[in-house]
Ligand binder design. Structure first.
Ligand code: HGY
Ligand code: MN
Ligand code: MN
Length: 417
């Protein structure tokens, strides 16, 4: 078996990064926290070792830059996110940072400069766990940052604006982070698939065709709290039973269109945590609907809302429905997809294209410049957003070799070497 060039070192670095967690016994690293800074300083050192200039930008994204052959060379951007969900796996986001750093280190070791500079970005916030707003860094670089987000508060009442300042950043400088599309040739992100397709087909890597759009809803059901022993069933206005029926309505609608829609009720909470002998009077829950097709997604969100309204009416409860977040789907660039496919074939892997049901920073960067994504297989049934998330060192090796080939063969002008 030939020695693996990149895989073992990348997995060792994943282990090192996973130690920067704000939760005892599980991995949680959220935006602009002390652990974000500590992890960032470790990654910064790896970037500098690889021959890059590196530092945090005005809102806590970590940016490493490997100069091109000429000072005016356009930039090929790559990267992914540093933050994690609560009780996360080790590879979601960070693989898209460690893999390109390994590529640049290889170029640097060979003293090779490309016709383009390379920027590796460790975005500070993609998951949106701390402030509820997602893709903050990539939105800023794409010129789509909404200043209202600066007033968003975390669970301790700290605003994003205050947190950026505490981190040493400058919220007023965020508009200057927008990249000039005339100087950025493309953006490419490597990421674990977070699903079972590559695993089922025995493939180490795949080319992403489009990143699904998303609609997110905060819903509230208001019924009448009552004594669990005295209110006859037909007279109840049970908020939890209604929310449960609504949850099944989400599942029923999406299962009937499973080839193109997914829907999830990820959070559901009874007011005041509930009590065993009280009919729940109030329940909050969330809905997340996704599809590569925006029209399908919008129709789904509307149909699900109507179904939930009907359920509320039939049960005599009130429904408040706040579709607070929407993200259009992002197609990947055909030329970049073709080049990525060629690099996969040169690595001896069958070329498989597939959509991404998960959101990624590439979907924001795709609004500004041509974008592509390379998926790497993840094991354990493809599970993610879960500490059982796994990545095989041979797959990490193949994906990194494919990315390096892509970086070296990419031609800013559009031609390929
Ligand atoms: O939710 C997502 O799709 C991403 O993992 N933040
Ligand atoms: Mn994620
Ligand atoms: Mn991710």
């Amino acid at each position: 078996m030939s020695a693996l060039r990149f895989g073992p070192g990348i997995l060792a670095r994943h282990e090192a990064l996973a130690r920067f967690t704000q939760d005892e016994g599980r991995l949680t690293r959220t935006y602009l926290t002390a652990k974000h800074r500590e992890a960032g300083e470790t990654v910064m050192a790896w970037m500098r070792e690889a021959g890059m200039e590196a530092g945090f930008d005005a809102m806590g994204n970590l940016v490493g830059r490997y100069a091109g052959a000429t000072a005016d060379a356009p930039v090929l951007m790559t990267g992914s996110h540093m933050d994690t969900v609560v009780d996360a796996g080790k590879y979601d986001g960070s693989f898209g940072i460690l893999s390109p750093i390994a590529c640049v280190a290889d170029l640097h070791a060979r003293g090779k400069r490309l016709p383009h500079a390379i920027e590796v970005v460790a975005f500070g916030d993609e998951e949106g766990v701390r402030f509820g707003a997602t893709l903050l860094g990539s939105r800023a670089m794409a010129g789509r940052f909404d200043p209202k987000a600066l007033e968003a508060k975390d669970k301790d009442g700290i605003t994003l604006r205050e947190a950026i300042r505490d981190f040493g950043g400058d919220p007023d400088a965020i508009p200057t982070l927008k990249r000039d599309p005339a100087k950025v040739a493309a953006f490419v992100e490597t990421h674990i698939e977070q699903g079972p397709v590559l695993l089922d087909e025995g493939l180490a890597v795949g080319v992403v065709t489009a990143i699904s759009g998303c609609t997110r809803v905060r819903a509230r059901v208001t019924g009448v709290a009552g004594h669990a022993g005295t209110v006859p069933m037909p007279l109840r206005q049970d908020a939890l039973a209604a929310a449960a029926e609504m949850t099944l309505a989400v599942e029923t609608y999406c299962c009937a269109r499973a080839d193109r829609i997914v829907g999830t009720v990820g959070k559901l909470a009874v007011d005041g945590e509930g009590a065993i002998n009280v009919i729940p009077g109030g329940v909050n829950f969330t809905v997340d609907v996704r599809s590569p097709d925006d029209a399908e997604r919008r129709a789904a969100a509307e149909a699900i809302r109507a179904d939930c309204e009907d359920i509320a009416e039939s049960r005599g409860v009130a429904l408040a429905w706040d579709a607070f977040f929407e993200l259009q789907s992002a197609p990947c660039d055909p030329r970049l997809m073709t080049l990525m496919g060629e690099c996969i074939a040169r690595a001896g892997v069958k070329v498989r294209t597939l959509p991404s049901g998960a959101g990624h920073d590439a979907m924001e960067m795709a609004r500004l410049v041509p974008a592509a994504m390379l998926f790497v297989r993840c094991g354990a049934g493809g599970v993610s957003h879960n500490p059982a998330e796994t990545l095989d060192e041979r797959d990490a090796d193949i994906a990194t070799a494919v990315l390096l080939d892509f970086l070296e063969r990419f031609q800013p002008s559009g031609a390929r070497r």
